[in-house]
Design a binder for this molecule. Structure first.
Ligand SMILES: NC(=O)c1ccc[n+]([C@@H]2O[C@H](COP(=O)([O-])OP(=O)(O)OC[C@H]3O[C@@H](n4cnc5c(N)ncnc54)[C@H](O)[C@@H]3O)[C@@H](O)[C@H]2O)c1
Length: 414
């Protein structure tokens, strides 16, 4: 093994050792009649962040018999040691850190053209690329994130989704934990690795109080920051207010923030009118899936000079005496500057992925006849993963007594 493969192997082993919930899902599948051959003869194309946790999922699919081709879900998030390690295990990996946008798109298009039987995606790029081919052999697919579900819905509404897709993000055991606690911790990790600065006492503006925004607001507050939330949804704004956060419109928050973190899945959250109001030295980072939340091209157009002041930090000099700093070129801070979510979180998301792929194989015939191609997330998978997670986290809970069950379905006065 080369030094790089060895580094990748060590990270893979470390992640795997902290993913007992994923192992319980694997063990559950191995007990079936098909056992180890569950994905024998299946060509599976995956477009995921190439991280140590992803290596655990991919290695598992490979050892269940799938022939796996892996491409990156982001040009900057791939970890080269992990890619090398997976190659040494016989997985076809077309990803490297710092690949150009052209290379990134070409790898996704090439994977789409390789007639996959199953597609595992994060953000919908591979599904969209497959929909532009003439292939018809795909049995089904999954997608990992909120932005992917939005795009798949649009694809399905236009009749362009030709096979069933399980939106894994819709699993409660995914978005309640991955999006909230995973993003909360890994965003802090990425932010600290990129800047090396103190968070305590800084004003952090979190755009969007959905699952990701809630986690990011919670954890930045935990680090001692003063947190301001911006929203477009009144209910979420109210929730943020009652959770104790300041709620402002972005145009007002722009003047106050030291650090801005976009968590919306939308475009143009930070744009020219906001850049003009920001303080000298403000830092702009994105946690949403695509690099469209900060209008980086508009910022470059406003700027005079740009300079890489540190790995993953670009300084843009605006008018005299004022500079803004863009983190990770506007791409996901937690995956570009950090290592992404911790394994204890990804074990839940990837247990859902593994069981969803199995569901697609088990129900292939009935799903082929199904008109609705973007499926509801199967409740039985959520229940299974909840059970595995309870075991993996060593949680024990009470059971309702017979009298309590009776009381819960009666109209007796208390
Ligand atoms: N970086 C990661 O590791 C990671 C992990 C999970 C999800 N994601 C991505 O993060 C994004 C958000 O995911 P989520 O699950 O929180 O989605 P969500 O739908 O739960 O939340 C998004 C929130 O943004 C708000 N919003 C929309 N437009 C806005 C605007 N103009 N200004 C302020 N708020 C606005 C919405 O009202 C909503 O409350 C998606 O792109 C998702 O794919 C990233």
């Amino acid at each position: 093994m080369s030094e790089r493969e060895e580094l990748g192997r060590a990270s893979f082993e470390w992640a795997k050792a902290h993913m007992p919930v994923f192992e319980l899902a694997e063990r559950y599948l191995k007990k079936r009649e098909t056992g180890r051959n569950l994905f024998q003869g299946i060509h599976l194309a995956a477009c995921l962040h190439v991280s140590k946790e992803t290596a655990v999922l991919i290695d598992s699919l490979h050892s269940f018999g799938a022939e796996v081709q892996l491409v990156a879900a982001n040009p900057l998030s791939s970890q080269d040691d992990i890619a090398s390690f997976l190659k040494s295990r016989g997985v076809s990996v077309f990803a490297r850190s710092g690949e150009s946008p052209e290379e990134y798109t070409a790898s996704i298009e090439a994977a789409a053209k390789c007639s996959p039987d199953l597609i595992v995606d994060d953000g919908g790029e591979l599904h969209v690329a497959y929909s532009a081919t003439d292939s018809t052999g795909c049995k089904g697919g999954t997608d990992e994130t909120t932005s992917g579900t939005v795009r798949l819905k649009a694809l399905a509404d236009q009749g362009k989704l030709r096979y069933p897709v399980v939106p894994v993000n819709e699993a409660k055991t995914k978005h309640l934990f991955d999006n909230k606690y995973g993003s909360g911790q890994s965003t802090i990790d990425g932010l600290l690795r990129a800047t090396g600065l103190l968070l305590s006492g800084k004003s952090v503006v979190v755009a969007g109080y959905g699952w990701v925004g809630r986690g990011v607001a919670l954890r930045t507050r935990g680090m001692g920051a003063r947190v301001i939330v911006t929203e477009v949804d009144g209910l979420k704004a109210l929730e943020a207010h009652l959770d104790g956060f300041e709620v402002l419109r972005m145009i007002e928050a722009a003047e106050q923030g030291d650090i801005f973190l976009t968590c919306t899945g939308q475009i143009d959250i930070l744009r020219a009118e906001h850049f003009q109001k920001m303080k000298d030295g403000a830092m702009l980072g994105n946690v949403g899936h695509f690099d469209r939340e900060i209008d980086v091209p508009a910022l470059y157009r406003l700027g005079r000079n740009t300079e890489e002041v540190r790995k993953n930090i670009t300084r843009i000099e605006l008018e005299r005496g004022k500079s803004l700093y863009v983190l990770c070129q506007g791409r996901v801070v937690n995956l570009v500057a950090g290592e992404g979510h911790p394994p204890e979180i990804m074990q839940l998301s990837f247990a859902n992925q593994l069981l969803s792929l199995c569901y697609l194989i088990d129900h292939e015939n009935e799903l082929r006849k199904e008109k609705r191609k973007l499926l509801q997330f199967p409740e039985e998978i959520d229940s299974l993963v909840t059970g595995f997670a309870m075991e993996g986290f060593h949680l024990k809970i009470d059971k309702l007594t017979e009298r309590q069950r009776d009381y819960a379905s009666s109209y007796y006065s208390p």
